[in-house]
Design a protein around this ligand. Structure first.
Ligand code: UD1
Length: 421
């Protein structure tokens, strides 16, 4: 079982290159199924969730090559519309293959998807949207069978803003008959990146990045080449590593505009930030200061995926912070782990509100990762803590961070990976 051994206290300073975004790459890999021929995807992060997706694509009949962050996917022969249950259960975003297979094959069989345990994470919005497009869905135990001989465009109002439902419906709509309108769509930059790829395949999409998406279905798409956008959450995580250790870090190959909600909060905490078109520098001259009230929201609000890393940072800040999780109802397990390192975090309102009394010091101990971003939060806390921390990780962190230990060591961190039972 993988563990990270981190000796805290070193400043995180220097220059790091940020890779492509997991949450952009996953729907784009599903989108490669929509056309015959070979799509080429550059800047693909080499992380566990991408490896799972590659296995799913191969299982469906694609020829896939993944080398040096470039993926070649030849989806000419789709031989199977049944998604492998073991892989689907490992990764919630495998639900996105549902929209892509409905678009390409008009049929799909899929088990209930898994993923990090951060709440109920239902898929009702995906299902009701597909049904509006004429898809009939039958359930047999944990397996869903969805079929639509005539996939048709529809006017779909999404009750809640959902990144996954917006992407899934978009993937089906590009090859449906007629027009689909998605109202109250998510506006995340990853959706814009997916739309860019689909448009380069020949799709007709208007409004990506706004809350109304209009998609006119086309008969056929062709394979295309695309470069994945930078990872916003990895960018934010490494900025926090510097912020918490009074470091001075420059990140390259990033898009500062996409993480404005995060940098605004880092400035509130006392960090000096300089932005260039594809570069961002953070200098933290003093101990961080508290944030009176931080709320997670859909884009362009503050991202829920940065909540746990910020809670870790605020645990070391001067003053009392309040952080409110409004997207997922069970994203709080990191609070208990941080408290074991000496943090003073009280959970309120069904574990959705964190009241954090910042402490000058946290202390190294043995802590657990309960989910991907919660695990990253523990690594950050350990970098700032006194002494040695062992972060136990049943495979979460590697799902979203490409060699986090190597990256942090390159900028002054003392992070080792150990395999202990
Ligand atoms: C995506 C991201 C994840 C991020 C999340 C919110 C990927 C691969 N993952 O997850 O990192 O934390 O967006 O920014 O891109 N909901 C429903 N019914 C549905 C679908 C969602 O009620 O059918 C609810 C969810 O329970 C949650 C909220 O909507 O409370 C937002 O979830 P959603 O945006 O769908 O998250 P994901 O797409 O799973």
């Amino acid at each position: 079982m993988r563990k990270y051994r981190i000796r805290g206290g070193n400043r995180i300073s220097g220059v790091l290159r940020v890779g492509g975004g997991k949450n952009a790459a996953l729907p784009i890999l599903a989108a490669t199924l929509l056309a015959e021929g070979e799509s080429i995807i550059h800047n693909c992060p080499d992380i566990a969730d991408i490896r799972f997706s590659v296995e799913i694509l191969r299982h469906l009949g694609c020829r896939v090559n993944f080398e040096e962050n470039t993926l070649n996917v030849n989806a000419t022969n789709i031989t199977n519309a049944k998604l492998p249950t073991d892989l689907v259960c490992k990764m919630r975003s495998s639900i996105l293959f549902m929209g892509a297979l409905l678009g390409r094959c008009r049929e799909v069989e899929i088990a209930s998807p898994g993923g990090c345990q951060i709440g109920a994470r239902p898929i009702d919005l995906h299902i009701s949207g597909f049904q509006k497009m004429g898809v009939s869905i039958t359930e047999n135990g944990d397996l869903m069978h969805a079929k639509s001989p005539s996939l048709t465009g529809a006017w779909i109002y999404l009750r809640d803003v959902s990144v996954g439902a917006t992407e899934n419906l978009l993937l089906a709509a590009v090859l449906a008959e007629g027009e689909t309108v998605l109202v109250n769509a998510a506006r995340e930059p990853e959706i814009v990146d997916l739309a860019k790829f689909l448009i380069s395949m020949g799709a007709n999409i208007r409004g990506a990045g706004t809350s109304t998406l209009k998609i006119m279905g086309v008969k056929r798409l062709q394979a295309a080449t695309h470069r994945i956008m930078p990872d916003r959450i990895v960018t934010g995580t490494y900025l926090l590593a510097a912020a918490m250790t009074r470091g001075d870090l420059t990140l390259t190959h990033v898009n500062p505009y996409d993480i404005s909600a995060v940098t605004a909060q880092l400035r509130t905490m006392g960090c000096q930030i300089t932005e260039h078109p594809a570069q961002i520098r953070l200098h933290a001259p003093h101990r961080l200061t508290a944030i009176p009230h931080l709320i997670t929201e859909a884009h362009p609000g503050f991202p829920t995926d940065m909540q746990a890393p910020f809670v870790a940072a605020l645990a070391t800040a001067k003053g009392t912070s309040v952080v409110e999780e409004r997207i997922f109802e069970a994203r709080a397990a990191h609070a208990t782990e941080l408290n074991r390192m000496g943090a003073r975090i009280i959970l309120a309102a069904d574990n959705r509100v964190f009241v954090i009394k910042g402490r000058e010091k946290l202390y190294g101990t043995s802590v657990n990762s309960h989910d991907l971003r919660g695990g990253a939060a523990m690594v950050l806390a350990a970098l700032a803590a006194e002494g040695e921390t062992i972060v136990h990780d049943p495979g979460y962190i590697a799902r979203g961070y490409d060699d986090i230990a190597g990256a942090l060591c390159a900028v002054g961190g003392d992070v080792g990976e150990v395999n202990l039972s």
